[in-house]
Design a protein around this ligand. Structure first.
Ligand code: F6R
Length: 615
């Protein structure tokens, strides 16, 4: 996830900017840059790689007279991580520089318009287009005679009215060397304020050693900062808004975790934003259809072979139900470490989908190479841009979840599920299998999920915490589910065992009586996924079988479902299989609360690595 910092005050700005970027390093990045005005000139310095590369370039320059500036660490979501794509980007006249976190969806349309007006672009980035647009609108404001002190706010307000998508921006203008501007829409931006210097950043750690007084910007707000003043504006009207700073009491480590105790918890709570980011740029302008340019050139697969490991495998297994049901594509889902050594058979129109958060998992990569040798077309579904799997796939779709720091995967799976849903809709539509109503209903639900989930998560966490206290004495757990809830049962068990070290098995509920039922006794609890789907009555019968053996049951269910079990945990309804976006965080939170209650090292469980690059 990109990191932004802006500084204005009495001290040399550049070292403070670099230091701030260093404190944002935990967010992950692949290139960095800074812009500042010194001696009447706008300077932009950028470098591919780690901050040391940027530092080396800056060491050769005298930056000591700049008192304001902006900086950025880029975590690529589109476009390779090279210097040319690193921020800041500048406008046509070279007087505006800006850094950006987010995606401008309509950048091509804006770029075409600006190109026709004589602009030339140096990069393929959406960010450069915004810099040019702001510069162009600023020039019009000057021509119209807008008072000098209002010009930039007017220009930002008018320019951003045309930008669709998500952004947090920090901007500087050659004409006002000691002023920084910011804007926020769907990407985080916060100010750190004091009497003598002010900061703008994507996250509090960037400025925490210097001020604990913060103002969180809301969507649709603009801000102007000087060394001893800060003013917030409504972006649409350019009118001033009153805001009061809040005092932060966290230490730097807690601040990096956004005030959460662990990265895992932070990442679970980031899932509403992850859904938003995954949808960004992937809906048609009327929001009725899916647009996936990455798949446009490829035919709809006749058969789909999904290959992955661990949590990514569970995401693939969940997607199988959608691919078969909505797109009528025969789908098989394979564990990479098994698939690579089998005599697998791929048909003429078959395609392979490899799913990997890291894009570096050795077994998954080996499968990719194997099927490519067999002549198959490979779609990669990855989170890390430029990773081996992303590079070697015929086409890659990025999940845009941002870096996942906790070893246990949470938000990455959420992002995979969103993209897989979009893929099933995309192919279903290309095969004329979907009614417009079903597609619209599904997309409308997806769009509502972030807000709905944001509201539901705190209460879900409370329930998970209470259940964790009640059940954390168990030595073993059984997770049961049927249909598209079966992969969730596998994932619930995986999450619990990997971070709490309690043995847990995920099973297809109907398969239980073929063996595992022998384990059931009052000390062996079952966590059942009993959601409101067609298979609910079947799950209900399976749970009666557990109860007949005195087994204790936690049932994850929904309003209107008739269940008498030891612990009923109701989650909100979404729509059909999209209930997964509530069920998944419930499972994650349960595992998290059990592990935390037992005092385990939640973010770094023993024996595990984030990226499994060995066989
Ligand atoms: C579980 C977990 C692992 C990964 C697996 C695949 O929480 O993180 O099971 O899902 O190692 O990793 P990727 O998706 O990077 O290929």
């Amino acid at each position: 996830m990109c990191g932004i910092i802006g500084y204005t005050g009495g001290r040399p700005a550049v070292p403070l900017i670099i230091e701030g970027l260093r404190r944002l390093e935990y967010r992950g990045y692949d290139s960095a840059g800074t812009a500042y005005v010194q001696d009447g000139e706008l300077q932009v310095v950028r470098a591919e790689g780690k901050l040391i590369e940027l530092d080396t370039k800056l060491a050769a320059l005298d930056t000591s007279r700049a008192r304001a500036g902006i900086g950025h660490t880029r975590w690529a979501t589109h476009g390779v991580p090279v210097e040319r794509n690193a921020h800041p980007h500048i406008d046509q006249d070279g007087t505006i520089a800006l850094v950006h976190n987010g995606i401008i969806e309509n950048y091509q349309e804006l770029k075409d318009e600006l190109t026709a007006a004589g602009h030339t672009f140096r990069t393929e980035t959406d960010t450069e287009v915004i810099a040019h647009l702001i510069g162009a609108v600023l020039n019009s404001c000057i021509v119209e005679g807008v008072p000098e002190e209002d010009c930039m706010i007017q220009a930002l307000s008018r320019a951003l009215a045309r930008a669709e998508g998500a952004y947090a921006l920090a901007v500087i203008n050659l004409a006002e060397p000691d002023v920084i501007y910011g804007a926020r829409h769907s990407s985080p931006l916060v100010m750190g304020v004091s009497d003598e210097e002010n900061f703008l950043a994507s996250d509090i750690p960037a400025f925490l050693p210097y001020t604990r007084n913060v103002v969180y910007l809301n969507d649709g707000e603009l801000v102007r900062l000087t060394k001893n003043s800060w003013t917030v504006y409504d972006c649409a009207t350019a009118k001033k808004i009153e805001r009061t700073p809040q005092r932060i009491e966290w230490d730097i480590q807690a601040a990096q975790k956004g005030g959460y105790k662990h990265f895992m918890l932070k990442e679970i709570f980031e899932q509403p934003m992850v859904v938003t980011n995954c949808l960004t740029g992937r809906l048609s302008p009327d929001h009725k259809h899916v647009t996936l340019p990455e798949l446009e050139e490829m035919p709809v697969p006749e058969r789909l072979h999904i290959i992955a490991c661990g949590t990514s495998f569970h995401a693939g297994l969940w997607a199988m139900y959608l691919m078969e049901n909505w797109a009528k594509i025969p789908t098989s889902v394979e564990i990479a470490s098994e698939y690579r050594y089998r005599d697998t058979i791929l048909g003429e129109g078959d395609q392979v989908l490899v799913i990997s958060q890291s894009g570096e998992t050795a077994d998954t990569l080996a499968c990719l190479r194997k099927v490519k040798e067999q002549g198959a077309k490979v779609i990669g579904l990855c989170n890390v841009v430029g990773s081996s799997i992303a590079r070697e796939s015929d086409t890659v779709i990025y999940t845009q979840a941002g870096p996942e720091i906790s070893v246990a995967s949470t938000k990455a799976m959420c992002s995979q599920l969103v993209v897989l849903t979009l893929m099933a809709l995309f192919w279903g539509r290309r095969k004329n299998l979907l009614t417009e109503m079903a597609e619209t209903e599904c997309l409308d639900t997806l769009k509502r999920i972030p807000e709905h989930l944001e509201t539901a998560l705190p209460e879900m966490r409370e329930t998970a915490r209470a259940l964790a206290r009640q059940y954390s004495g168990a030595r073993s757990f059984l997770f049961l589910g049927r249909g598209s809830c079966y992969p969730l049962a596998l994932e619930g068990a995986l999450k619990l065992k990997e971070i709490s070290y309690i043995h847990a098995e995920g099973y297809a509920a109907g398969e239980m009586k073929h063996g595992p039922i022998a384990l059931i006794d009052p000390d062996f609890p079952t966590f059942a996924l009993a959601l409101a789907d067609d298979l609910f009555p079947k799950v209900q019968s399976n749970l009666q079988e557990v109860q007949a053996r005195n087994g204790k049951i936690i049932a994850l269910t929904q309003d209107g479902m008739d269940l008498t079990v030891d612990s009923v945990w109701k989650i909100p309804h979404a729509w059909g299989p999209l209930d997964v976006f509530f069920a998944l965080p419930a499972l994650q939170l349960f595992a998290y609360e059990v592990a935390d209650y037992l005092g385990k090292d939640v973010d770094q469980p023993r024996n595990l690595a984030k990226s499994v690059t060995v066989e």
